[in-house]
Design a binder for this molecule. Structure first.
Ligand SMILES: Nc1ncnc2c1ncn2[C@@H]1O[C@H](COP(=O)(O)OP(=O)(O)OP(=O)(O)O)[C@@H](O)[C@H]1O
Length: 325
């Protein structure tokens, strides 16, 4: 459904040093630097996938989304989405995609939300019956009833984001590009947005590509992760593959029956120790969890023990470090 091959994109950025003298100089002599935002990006995505597109700040995520949604033309490479070249066949192409940029609004600021929706209906030439059905479904599933008559500028961030997502889906696109859809949302709104993304993917078969810095989004949604750093694709795989490749550590938390003095357990790294509780990190490639627990129970009376994998967030940080991005 989506195939990118060798996509590169550079930006020419005016360089200016600080100070009045340099400001005056720059009026006459302009110096530029080239920022290479994307460097030979290739991947393909099948219909029905939910793909998390991750990477540190400035990695090139938004630039890729802009290329895929036809807003930017790359310097090199090919991009075929549902048979279209996004930046060439824009008018026909945009009918098949929905785009949400978490940091920007596609809604008209001063008018009620429903007015923006009606404008989009006219722009996309959505047939009346289809518009009515989609609006009803989106209103119900995103809880928009109370918001439709409110001017966008009066909405909270979470309320606006729900309206943005609805706006991007009114024309029933097959692909949804979400650039940081949960940025700034509270925990309840985040869960609601994630739930909704899951539902449209399952029930309507919408293919979803989302960029995010929130690894809980990735954990909750993404079947597959594409990781980009400094404009280059660094990882393409599932979260569980990532876990088994990099997440060989487990965190053991032990609660004691009575206060205990710190002890060293061979094969485990002690992360913390308080009179009632200790936390260890264990590399399961080196030592078995059961062995560590048995060694620990020989030293202290255990009330409770829990074993957790390293949080995804930490795995990603480890991955960024490994690739030096
Ligand atoms: N219009 C532009 N003009 C000049 N440079 C740009 C432009 N857009 C992006 N860049 C540069 O391209 C690089 C990639 O930016 P991009 O916005 O794609 O990163 P990102 O991965 O989305 O980052 P973030 O997580 O911070 O949103 C950055 O170095 C950025 O400064």
């Amino acid at each position: 459904m989506i195939a990118l091959q060798g996509i590169s994109k550079s930006f020419k950025v005016a360089k200016r040093s600080a100070g009045l003298r340099q400001a005056v100089k720059s009026l006459f002599v302009r110096e530029h630097t080239i920022v290479e935002a994307l460097h030979g990006i290739s991947f393909s995505i099948q219909e029905g996938e939910i793909v998390g597109y991750i990477g540190p700040n400035g990695a090139g995520k938004s630039t890729t989304i802009k290329v895929m949604s036809g807003i930017l033309m790359p310097d090199q490479g090919t991009c075929s989405i549902m048979g279209y070249t996004p930046w060439k066949d824009r008018t026909a192409y945009v009918k098949h995609i929905g785009v949400v940029f978490g940091q920007r609004s596609q809604l008209w600021w001063d008018v009620p939300v429903i007015d923006s929706f009606e404008l989009l209906r006219d722009i996309y030439k959505i047939p009346a019956a289809e518009y009515k059905a989609n609006l009803q479904l989106l209103t119900e599933s995103l809880g928009l009833q109370e918001l439709l008559r409110t001017p966008v500028r009066q909405l909270s961030l979470g309320q606006r984001m729900r309206c943005e997502i609805a706006a991007s889906l009114l024309h029933g696109p097959k692909i949804l590009f979400l650039d940081e859809p949960t940025i700034g949302l509270d925990a309840v709104s985040k869960i609601a947005v994630r739930q909704f993304i899951k539902t449209i993917n399952k029930e309507k078969g919408v293919t979803v590509i989302l960029t995010t810095h929130d690894m809980n989004d990735i954990e909750a949604l993404a079947d597959r992760i594409l990781m980009i750093g400094k404009g280059t694709l660094l990882y393409d795989g599932t979260l569980s593959e990532l876990r088994s490749r990099f997440g060989t550590h487990r965190i053991i938390t032990a609660d004691f029956c009575e206060h205990a003095q710190p002890v060293d357990i061979p094969g485990a790294f002690r992360l913390s120790w308080s009179p009632e509780r200790a936390v260890f990190s264990v590399d399961i490639e080196q030592e078995q969890i059961a062995t560590i627990i048995s060694r620990l129970s020989e030293q202290v009376a255990l009330l409770d023990v829990s074993v957790e994998t390293k949080p995804v967030e930490e795995l990603i940080v480890q991955l960024y470090k490994e690739y030096q991005v």
